[in-house]
Design a protein around this ligand. Sequence first.
Ligand code: PEP
Length: 256
Amino acid sequence: ASARKPLIAGNWKMNLNHLEAIALVQKIAFALPAKYFDKVDVTVIPPFTDIRSVQTVVDGDKLLLTYGAQDLSQHDSGAYTGEISGAFLAKLGCTHVVVGHSERRTLHAETDEIVLAKTKAALKHGLTPIVCIGEGLDVRESGEHVAYNVAQIKGSLAGLSAEDISKTVIAYEPVWAIGTGRVASAEDAQEVNSAIRAAIAEIADDATAAGIRILYGGSVNAKNVGDIVGQNDVDGALVGGASLKSDEFATLSAIA
Ligand code: PEP
């Protein structure tokens, strides 16, 4: 629906060990021949412990799909037990990293300030942060969802230069649609994504707003993806559950 090349990102969450990861990537590659990559970028986001194995398959088979991580530390190295640095991810060939997923915001109390620090860490190491925002059901029902998402994206990117913002991807993921099977309507996605784009024009500039990719996420599958990415301001999808099924993920990537 625009000149922007769509991005389909498959967030595996805490699913699949490294052997299962190898099998899934091989199946996706088989189901999604190279010709599709002219019109869509596809990335898989496995657990940290799978990344080295995914790298081996992608490099060994010269696949065009890329891979990334679900989170990163805001620090580069040091006494941060259990954390993973953006430097490590870059060294493993990751291209993307999800930042501020609603499950991290909720279960790990990640604030906009933390999300901003992680976004900066990703950019520092040459990774593309996929910065996630989205309202809960209470906000949606109050009718304040547009203002809520605009405030969240401004907080999550506060103080970044237009050049830095242009290197990010934004994902609008209404919390009530994640993992619930209750997808937002295409109009709902368009409404919020266009408001996010307007906010980017405000905090960066028009060219950055026109170029940045803004995804939708929340119960996307092969049946509904066409409608959603057909909207002017929806430039792809962040896909959870459906990204674990090779045929469905390949099919929805091909449709996008
Ligand atoms: C997600 O985890 O980012 C997501 C959108 O999940 P699902 O597609 O399963 O709703």
